[in-house]
Design a protein around this ligand. Structure first.
Ligand code: HEC
Length: 485
């Protein structure tokens, strides 16, 4: 009997085990000398840590490339800068070995997802010809680091479907959650719910307080919300309304872990929630939500106020808090102002008084939204006023006073939509060109708006607040009066 093949197969078996199963052992052999036995980083900064490193999280290709071809140049890991060189290991290690090592690295506080041998093989094949080390910034261009998790630990989000007439924070003791999910990103967020109506979300988690003292919590929401620390209410945003109504509350806290609970109710229309905290041990303000709180006070410094001049309207085509991305704002002489969304032909906001502060936009291009300068802003519409219809925006005409008429088509009907200042508010004149007899549902409000009246000459609003516009062949004209003054 020939012993050689037996020996070979035993060897093959041994290699296979090392290849496929022993990530920790391989790690100790090939990485720990520099990165530390637990991935805590080399002594005296000789190599950055791998444990809890964003470089080892998210897209696995980033790490695979580092191991295959090495890394040099400036990088930042866990808040510290490095400018060192890691030698390539691609020639020494097989695809399976690299996959096993990186899967082990993933278990060091890096999310734990497996890295597959196929993935390593694919990256190796793609860069077969490459000899150069990777540079940090070169890798980040193709594989940006995942955003670091937010400050809320053990965060759970519960969803409650609500009845349509529920307009206040419900009594949760009487409700059962329809869904509940862990939020590993540690941030309050509306992901998956931003298009829904009539619901509540409740977030429960923990916050780590490092130093004793007074903390302030700021909350903003569309519609209602309330924030509790250790079961005590700290701040609430009452009433139905849009973002931009931020409130701040204070709490004195001791070092340690505190419970945080945020309750949120969305009625209809726009959605939004933002929360932040500030206090001892926190640099500046730290966001507790994926949407940042925008301070309404700030624009007052360096105010760049846009005003209508004489009998001409002023326009502002830019991001405005609480509106869509193709919103067009008009400030009319006499102090009526509006935001029209060209994406869906909806009249989103209406307010009286001063128009807009373009200052934030001037100073921080593209990063901030401007705010209406008056206190009472009516959030009228989210989405299209023509439910279920297909529409396309065609353009805008300006008259001698720079008043726009918005032109668009709704299922083949040509609509000319002209807002203009009128007695105690605004008139909106719709001229609809129809090829024959028909009707069109017009829904100018996404929800009842307190303190606001909307009337149409010759037509009565239906129970749900919509209007049924009767159409004859030719031009049909309807005048709606929006009373706000
Ligand atoms: C000879 C020392 C050395 C060895 C061995 C080594 N590395 Fe590195 N590694 C470094 C250095 C130094 C850097 C930082 C390079 C820079 O500053 O651009 C680094 C960076 C990294 C990074 C990106 C930054 C971070 O900390 O997350 C990863 C991922 C990484 N190494 C993984 C590994 C793995 C996996 C192994 C084993 C297969 C390994 N390294 C072996 C020295 C080493």
């Amino acid at each position: 009997m020939n012993l050689i093949p037996l020996l070979f197969s035993a060897l093959a078996l041994f290699t296979l085990t090392v290849n496929g199963q022993s990530g920790p052992v391989l790690y100790q052999t090939y990485c720990s000398a520099c990165h530390g036995a637990q991935g805590q980083g080399g002594a005296e900064g000789a190599a950055p840590p791998l444990a809890k490193s964003l470089w080892a999280q998210g897209d696995p290709d980033r790490m695979i490339k580092v191991v295959l071809h090495g890394l040099m140049g400036e990088i930042e890991v866990l808040g510290k800068e490095y400018n060192l060189v890691m030698p390539p290991q691609g020639a020494v290690l097989s695809d399976g070995q690299i996959a096993a090592i990186l899967t082990h690295v993933r278990s060091l506080g890096n999310g734990g997802e497996k890295v597959s041998t196929d993935r390593v093989a694919a990256v190796r094949a793609k860069y077969e010809e490459r000899e150069a080390y990777w540079k940090g910034d070169e890798l980040l261009k193709d594989h940006p680091l995942p955003s670091p998790p937010g400050p809320l630990k053990n965060l759970v989000r519960k969803f409650y479907a609500l009845r349509k007439d529920q307009r206040s924070i419900p009594d949760y003791a009487k409700l059962e959650a329809n869904a509940s999910a862990r939020q590993p990103n540690g941030l309050i967020n509306l992901e998956g719910y931003s298009e829904k109506d009539h619901f509540s979300l409740v977030w429960e988690g923990e916050l780590n307080v490092r130093r004793e003292g007074q903390f302030s919590f700021t909350l903003d929401s569309d519609d209602l919300s309330a924030l509790y620390i250790d079961d005590k209410k700290v701040v609430e945003v009452p009433g139905l309304g849009g973002m931009g109504r931020a409130k701040t509350g204070k709490a004195t806290l001791h070092p340690g872990v505190v419970k945080i609970r945020v309750e949120y109710l969305e009625f209809t229309g726009f959605t939004g929630i933002a929360a932040s905290w500030a206090g001892p041990g926190i640099r500046g303000t730290q966001s507790l939500s994926s949407t940042k709180v925008v301070s309404k006070q700030k624009p007052k410094i360096n105010l760049i106020e846009l005003k209508p001049e004489g009998n001409r309207a002023v326009h502002y085509r830019n991001f405005i808090a609480g509106t869509g991305n193709r919103s067009f704002s008009v400030g009319y002489p006499g102090g009526v102002n509006l935001v029209f969304n060209q994406e869906n032909c909806g009249l989103e906001l209406l307010w009286s008084g001063r128009f807009i502060d373009a200052g934030p936009r001037w100073k921080n291009r593209g990063t901030v939204r401007s705010f209406p300068l008056s206190g009472q802003v009516y959030h009228l519409q989210k989405g299209s006023p023509y439910p279920g219809r297909t529409f396309s925006f065609q353009g805008m005409e300006l008259d001698d006073h720079e008043y726009p008429t918005f032109c668009y088509s709704v299922d083949g009907l040509i609509v000319r939509d002209r807002p203009q200042p009128a007695d105690k508010g605004m008139e909106r004149i719709l001229t609809i060109e129809s090829a024959g007899v028909g009707e069109l549902v017009f829904a100018p409000l996404s929800r009842p708006v307190p303190g606001f009246s909307l009337e149409c000459r010759g037509l009565v609003a239906r129970q749900d607040g919509t209007f049924l516009l009767p159409l004859l062949k030719g031009d049909n004209s309807f005048t709606f009066h929006y009373g706000i003054l």
